[in-house]
Design a protein around this ligand. Structure first.
Ligand SMILES: C[S@@+](CC[C@H](N)C(=O)[O-])C[C@H]1O[C@@H](n2cnc3c(N)ncnc32)[C@H](O)[C@@H]1O
Length: 433
């Protein structure tokens, strides 16, 4: 795709999300007859999900991946500029991600893999239909389809020293089992897109499972979905450190449907001194304050509030990622690209990318500590009615604190303001009215 051009729109006939009673697979058909194609569309790219697991709700997560992969491709400075830009969709379902990396992110070559070989006709059909329409004269295929266990495929590519620029792992449940193999098969500087739907571990209802999968002991806190994202990043931090690298989170995205936790991390050269931004979050139920602690403070974890005497009021989770959830510069460039392509203002499956990315950019302020506070908690602790979200954020900013909405908690704020001062600001807002 040309650098400044809009994302290509294809001319396949489009039937958007047919109602269930009209779904082609539900109609009676003659034995042996080919099922009619049920064509879906994402940002102008059409495909047939066939019998694969496909959620149209996850389109925003795929939009973010395409924007990130495109930026990464544009930013690349390789010793060999002719080296192809390679993307792997390690658990591809119907191949929609592979298709979008090929069609929209400008990948030179995509590898679409799914353990289920029953999906082969669906994946091949989607990729070849695109290629025929986009470049009818092309002699060489720009994709390959395989049906291997993802770990085996990743390990094989690593052993052959064939590395990818982008690896997308979108499994059912958690991704922990694939992180190390995926990092091995990734080029240094490459992007790894991880997904987890293991909300029980992420929210602290399966502490032993989060410990065995991600090395983090997670217990319930008032901002469990942010902790889920931090646990996923923390897992990648730990695996990268074991391999002698480090990672930088480019963005973290929680979506309510599913629910789904997604993080895009970049593999960076060399081990960091110790593991920075990897530690513990301590939440005090008594005063509502959260704090972060490094490994060198283990044994000294306590809350500074008056109720120091009650150790049961403190919940400690970790080790996990305690740094910023996103990279501000990268997200700002993603938003510019979404605007350039006309994606920013359109609502797709209930998500407006501009609104989402704006909130994520605000969340990436490095002054903001982990966690968020819900307005009803502020109201109940301050013993006032809930202050309006925007007014509270503006007042906190006027006081010199970082404050913003959270893309994760709808009625919540993230702020660097200590809880006592925040309650005071909420009271002032209510008393002034
Ligand atoms: C959540 S679906 C993928 C959806 C797809 N990425 C999308 O965006 O529509 C997970 C897919 O992973 C495949 N899968 C599960 N375990 C796998 C494994 N170990 N290796 C490769 N594929 C696997 C399943 O067959 C399934 O199609």
């Amino acid at each position: 795709m040309a650098a400044a051009a809009a994302a290509p729109a294809l001319s396949f006939p489009t039937t958007l999300h047919p109602p269930l009673h009209q779904h082609p697979r539900r109609r009676r058909r003659r034995r042996g007859a080919e099922p009619p194609a049920c064509v879906y569309s994402e940002r102008g790219i059409t495909f047939d999900p066939g019998s694969a697991f496909y959620r149209s709700d996850s389109a925003a997560g795929r939009d973010l991946a395409v924007l990130a992969a495109t930026l990464h491709r544009r930013r690349l400075r390789r010793p060999d500029p002719s080296a192809p830009f390679l993307c792997l969709d390690a658990m591809c379902g119907c191949g929609v991600r592979a298709l979008r990396y090929l069609a929209q992110a400008g990948a030179d070559f995509v590898w679409a893999n799914d353990a289920s070989d029953a999906l082969r006709p669906v994946i091949v059909n989607n990729l070849s239909r695109f290629e025929r329409a986009a470049a009818p004269e092309a002699m060489a295929r720009r994709w390959v389809v395989s049906h291997l266990d993802a770990t085996r495929l990743l390990a094989e590519r690593f052993l052959r020293r064939e590395y990818f620029d982008v690896i997308d792992v979108d499994s059912f449940g958690g991704d922990a089992a694939y992180i190390r193999a995926a990092l091995l098969a990734l080029r240094i500087g490459g992007l790894l897109y991880l997904t987890s739907t293991d909300w029980r571990s992420a929210r602290g209802y399966g502490s032993r499972s989060s410990l065995s999968s991600y090395g983090a002991y997670i217990r319930p806190v008032p901002y469990p979905n942010e902790v889920g994202l931090r646990m996923l990043i923390g897992g990648a931090v730990r695996e990268a450190a074991i391999l002698g690298f480090h990672i930088t989170p480019l963005f973290s995205y929680y979506a309510y449907h599913g629910p789904i936790f997604r993080v895009m991390v970049q593999l960076c050269y060399g081990k960091q001194d110790g593991i920075s931004n990897y530690g513990f979050i301590c939440h005090c139920k008594s005063c509502g304050q959260s704090r972060t602690f490094g490994f060198d403070e283990l044994g000294q974890i306590t809350c500074g509030c008056a109720d120091k005497t009650d150790p049961s009021s403190i919940t400690v989770v970790g080790p996990l990622w305690i740094g910023p959830l996103h990279d501000t510069t990268f997200l700002t460039e993603m938003l510019s690209l979404a605007t350039e392509w006309g994606w920013a203002n359109t609502i797709e499956n209930g998500v407006t990318l501009e609104k989402l990315l704006d909130t994520m950019i605000e969340e990436s302020d490095s002054r903001l500590p982990p966690g968020y506070i819900r307005l009803d908690e502020i109201a109940s602790r301050a013993k006032v009615n809930s202050p309006p979200l925007g007014t509270l954020i503006n007042s906190l900013r006027k006081e010199g604190y970082a404050a913003c909405r959270s893309h994760i908690g709808a009625n919540a704020i993230k702020t660097s303001c200590p809880i006592d001062a925040c309650l005071e600001v909420a009271r002032e807002i209510r008393n002034l009215r």
